[in-house]
Design a protein around this ligand. Structure first.
Ligand SMILES: [Zn+2]
Length: 142
């Protein structure tokens, strides 16, 4: 079994609806995303001979993921989330809000990122998303 991994980082703010405590505020993190691809065999011919995947393709795919979330405010697409977004949009700042259909925790985001990469044809086997230097979520399909 061959496994290759690559890393990208992005800055993102999120709002956790229905949360009481320190994290009930809109707040941000420097996220670190580490993705692992796996393959039983290496590509047998052509430009990518001897590889699981081209690191350039792999890095481009991670950059696309990072660009979705980077410097955005991520809000769950529910009644509370839409009400918050409406209030923010009344302010003069140009808020860049990105709605997701889940509570934007590291767990839900890892699963979302895993599925986006899989749909794009990558042989993804593991996504690890660090929300802080010490806390991360690992998502696999095992
Ligand atoms: Zn947070």
């Amino acid at each position: 079994m061959f496994k290759i991994k690559s890393e990208v980082q992005f800055d993102m703010a999120h709002y956790l609806s229905g949360y009481k405590g320190k994290c009930s505020n809109i707040h941000g993190h420097r996220y670190k995303l580490i993705v692992m691809l796996k393959s039983e065999t290496l590509i047998a011919e052509g430009q990518l001979r001897g590889m699981v995947d081209d690191f350039t393709n792999f890095k481009d795919a991670l950059k696309e993921i990072a660009d979705i979330f980077d410097h955005k405010l991520i809000i769950e697409d529910n009644e509370e989330g839409r009400a918050l977004a409406k209030k923010l949009e009344e302010l003069p700042n140009d808020f860049d809000i990105y709605f997701v259909n889940y509570r934007p925790t590291a767990e839900e985001m890892s699963k979302d990122i895993f599925n986006r990469l899989k749909i794009n044809g990558l042989q993804v086997c593991q996504v690890e998303l660090f929300e802080t230097p010490n806390n991360s979520c690992i998502y696999t399909e095992d």
